[in-house]
Design a protein around this ligand. Sequence first.
Ligand SMILES: Nc1ncnc2c1ncn2[C@@H]1O[C@H](COP(=O)(O)OP(=O)(O)OP(=O)(O)O)[C@@H](O)[C@H]1O
Length: 331
Amino acid sequence: MDPMSRPNASSLQKTPGVKTEKEKTPVDKKKEKKTSSEIEREQEKERAEKKIEDQRRENKEQQARDLPRFKVGEGENEITTSKDTYELISCLGQGSFGCVFSCVRQSDKKSFAIKCESVHARKPMLPHEANVLLALNLLKSPHFVEMIDNGQIAGRFQFVVIRLVGQNLWDVRVEMKEKRFTLATSLMIGIQTLAGLRDLHRKEQSRKDDIESWWYMLTEFIVFDIPWKKIRGTDRDGVRAAKWRLRGDGAYMKMLFHKCCYQQMHTILLYLDSLQYGNIPDYDFIYHQVTAAASVHKAELEAAPDWDQKAKRYGGPEYKERVAYIVKELE
Ligand SMILES: Nc1ncnc2c1ncn2[C@@H]1O[C@H](COP(=O)(O)OP(=O)(O)OP(=O)(O)O)[C@@H](O)[C@H]1O
């Protein structure tokens, strides 16, 4: 034996946390002894998981290849429909299912946004979104962008051309000082998004659920340091559990809104919990709770929003009460 390879005292030293043969109990030994069918099952599971993962990756790569291969000044930077040609200018963002570009309509040089989705998307969303936009455009809702054109590049992607708007609220908020909105702006956003949901809910069934999501959005704006902020992302169950705690734990809810708006936000949540899935929520009641919160805390809803301090006052659409709830019109 080569003396260099002979085991020495140090190589036989026990690894911390690992039991020696002598220390192992019968249960430990049983655990170690996997039957061949158990090993096979495990290997099969691993192979199946890898296959799913590979398919997912391939599908994503395929989708990326389908979308416009855009590069400023070169690449694919024009999309033509039967109505017009749109020159792509820049990439505005990527959603969960495609990408959005700013573009210029060639006939009149007006700017728009163009939203594209691969025809290989696993759960196509754009056709549904286009239908919803069309219906909302018929209703002339000021809370949704106008869709002016749509089409498809065969085998590659489908697209809608919509009005170009400003940055999304998330990005606007991140750019704010302290990354948060003032109470007045938060409540004003609450009112506008509530009115938007009310318009949207003239096609839709999930009204209660949507208003509940709206409530959590507004809570994040008002409270800022929400308990589920740190667990956002992958841990959906953690977020759900933290949100549900608000329902059963009165003290927790009070603590969350200890600075302001407890009364009104609590009333809205109790009201939402009293609704059934198919009920049409009383949007005006919720609106009155938000305006009550503004008045109690002296938040001026007519003031210029945080992102537009040059404006003298808020210039967006106003919440209209007692709007007739026309469900039939779109059916
Ligand atoms: N009409 C538009 N005008 C200007 N920017 C837009 C417009 N539509 C979308 N964007 C930008 O593109 C980004 C992606 O939009 P998209 O609608 O695909 O996804 P999202 O609404 O952010 O998320 P999700 O994929 O969950 O719906 C938006 O966050 C926004 O910054």
